[in-house]
Write a protein that binds this ligand. Structure first.
Ligand SMILES: *Cc1c(COP(=O)(O)O)cnc(C)c1O
Length: 459
């Protein structure tokens, strides 16, 4: 072992007084730089004790290591990415992008006090849900509304309110699993209700429900088969027939609509989905849907329904554990306001804008990016298909335009390169090519995408 090498190791104080380290400490955190410097010197000491030769430029090496670690620790873990997958409601990429107006409202309620639970007319305590209740009632025609953390919470809260310690009838064709963590039987168990399966996987008749009704029946639940379809020899009972059955026995009918659109999207090439307003008009007692799927708002579970049942849900103690923050209410109100004018909503709510975007506009965007590509022969503008995502429209795709990249060093390595950029670009790989769908790339990201492709093609 080389004793002089040990003696020559820099002292912690000296390193910290070195101008480069001082500047780094000022930019990041003195405590963190100090702790990393100590660790770094200790590592070098251990290396020398093991008989390894000392480093030539130990100070330079230390600086590189400490800078890398502290800069990493100081940068945000949650940050923006460019979604070039063409999946509009991409759950892993944050589902819906908020309307621009949400930014102003979030600023004003986050950095100032607000009337969150304060009634400005009476000067008394108010309800946080009241800020979106009126607009939800206006848009859906329901007698009442409230909002919780997400749709899974909404379903659990509804079941716990109307069917705790009672039985709930669900068709065997609707025992849904959404994204692994939401499964109808499990949510039912958590809410304290007992699941009673009726009918078969492919066919359920009204008489299947009717046969199971007894004094312990608490509710009839209809679950929208958001992310799959039962096709072929099939039958399910229309919700209006369930409503009539429920009325005869004074049992509430509840519906988990899942994505819950306020807009008929068939003119844009998607299959027919029931809108929230239609289900309200059919007399469903309680309807729940997500805030961040087709509605295009923040994560939330929206419940609309009849006065009688909404009031019961509002007085459930569980509501306190599922309540939404003021940021959610602000962002949701900003989103819902767009829907007062449906044409405006299609242009301003990003989720809707991307669904209803004309094909020529997507092509123009693809061409604008392609113009900026230096190795033009490696990149082509091609027709492709986009998906809605978020467990909605499982069978539908939308025609789109994409950039098709044929990288020299393999598709995986090219996609990895794009993902490593700042901001990261998330693309799709298919048969040794990389596809960047221009439907979900925003206009303000056109330069970043072109620069990113150019950069990764060259390395
Ligand atoms: C998406 C979905 C849910 C879960 O909604 P979250 O808002 O993600 O909690 C529940 N039920 C159905 C039918 C869905 O489509």
């Amino acid at each position: 072992m080389d004793k002089s090498a040990l003696r020559n190791l820099p002292k912690v104080d000296d390193v910290m007084n070195h101008s480069a380290f001082k500047a780094l400490a000022q930019r990041t955190s003195k405590a963190m730089v100090l702790s990393e410097v100590k660790k770094g010197i200790q590592t070098q000491r251990e290396r020398i004790l093991k008989g390894e030769p000392p480093l030539e430029d130990i100070l330079g090496f230390l600086y590189q290591e400490v800078e890398k670690i502290t800069m990493q620790a100081m940068s945000y873990a949650l940050r923006p990415v460019i979604n070039a997958t063409g999946i509009i409601i991409h759950t892993n990429l944050g589902r819906s992008v908020l309307v621009e107006e949400a930014g102003e409202v979030l600023d004003s309620v986050n950095f100032q006090y607000s009337n969150l639970e304060f009634d400005l007319d009476t000067g008394k305590r108010g309800l946080r849900y009241s800020h979106v209740e009126d607009i939800l009632m206006r848009l859906t025609g329901a007698e009442g509304a409230l909002v919780v953390n997400n749709n899974a919470a909404a379903v659990m809260l509804i079941l716990s309110t109307v069917a705790r310690d009672q039985e709930v009838l669900v068709s065997r064709g609707e025992l849904v699993e959404i994204g692994g963590s939401f499964r109808v039987p499990e949510v039912m168990a958590m809410s304290g209700a007992t699941l009673v399966e009726v009918g078969t996987t492919n066919k359920t008749h009204l008489k299947d429900y009717a046969r199971e009704i007894n004094p312990k029946t608490g509710a009839i639940l209809k679950v929208h088969t958001s992310n799959y379809r039962v096709m072929g020899f099939t039958q399910s009972v229309p919700v209006e027939e369930l409503v009539a059955l429920g009325e005869t026995h004074d049992i509430p009918v509840i519906e988990d609509l899942g994505s819950g659109t306020l807009l008929d999207l068939t003119p844009y090439g998607l299959s027919r989905e029931p809108t929230v307003q239609e289900q309200v008009a059919k007399g469903v007692d309680l309807i729940s849907f997500s805030g961040d799927k087709l509605l295009g708002g923040p994560q939330a579970g929206i419940i609309v329904g009849t006065r009688r049942y909404i009031d019961r849900v509002k007085s459930n103690q569980l509501l306190r554990a599922l309540r939404v923050d003021k940021m959610t209410i602000a962002a949701l109100e900003a989103t819902l306001r767009q829907y007062i004018d449906m044409e405006k909503a299609k242009k301003k709510v990003p989720t809707l804008r991307m669904i209803t975007m004309p094909l020529e506009e997507i092509k123009a965007r693809a061409l604008r990016i392609h113009e900026k590509i230096l190795l033009g022969d490696r990149v082509a503008v091609v027709e492709d298909t986009s998906q809605i995502g978020g467990g909605t429209y499982p069978l539908d795709t939308l025609p789109t335009w994409a950039l098709e990249v044929t990288p020299l060093k393999g598709a995986q390595s090219f996609a990895d390169g794009l993902r490593g950029l700042q901001p990261p670009i998330i693309a799709r790989i298919r048969e040794d090519k990389v596809y960047l769908d221009c439907r979900t790339i925003f206009d303000q990201d056109i330069d970043a995408v072109a620069r990113g492709i150019n950069h990764v093609l060259e390395v």
